[in-house]
Design a protein around this ligand. Structure first.
Ligand SMILES: [Zn+2]
Length: 122
């Protein structure tokens, strides 16, 4: 049974069974699903989640900071503080959903990634 990408994104559950948790601690992917034993640790996420999050945040946060800097004339130190807090907080909030969505997409479109170890390939 394959669950939907939205279910995996919202509930952070295994894309194969929909039961086991994907993450342990903050955003570390578990090695295997506790329910169906899908090797979730084999997901090849690379820098994809970081790239997606930073791209989204640059589109949203940069115009906001430009408005704050030029229209409201906030001091540079305050702008740097607001940028650091907003970018850091948003990154932490988005990290798990984006990683979960990418794992679900990879499971649907490249399931061989998860099963390579059972076929004797690295
Ligand atoms: Zn599972």
């Amino acid at each position: 049974m394959t669950t939907s990408i939205a279910h995996t994104l919202l509930h952070h559950r295994c894309p194969a069974c929909g039961q086991g948790k994907i993450f342990e601690k903050l955003a570390s992917v578990v090695a295997v699903c506790a329910h169906c034993h899908l090797p979730l640790g084999k997901a090849d996420l690379g820098d994809g989640p970081a790239f997606i999050i930073l791209s989204l945040l640059c589109v949203v946060v940069t115009p906001l900071l430009v408005v704050l800097a030029f229209i409201y004339a906030w001091p540079t130190g305050v702008l740097i503080g607001v940028a650091a807090i907003s970018l850091g907080g948003s990154t932490l909030l988005l990290l798990r959903p984006v990683r979960a969505a990418l794992i679900a997409l990879q499971y649907q479109h490249r399931p061989d990634t998860f099963y390579r170890h059972t076929l004797g390939q690295s």
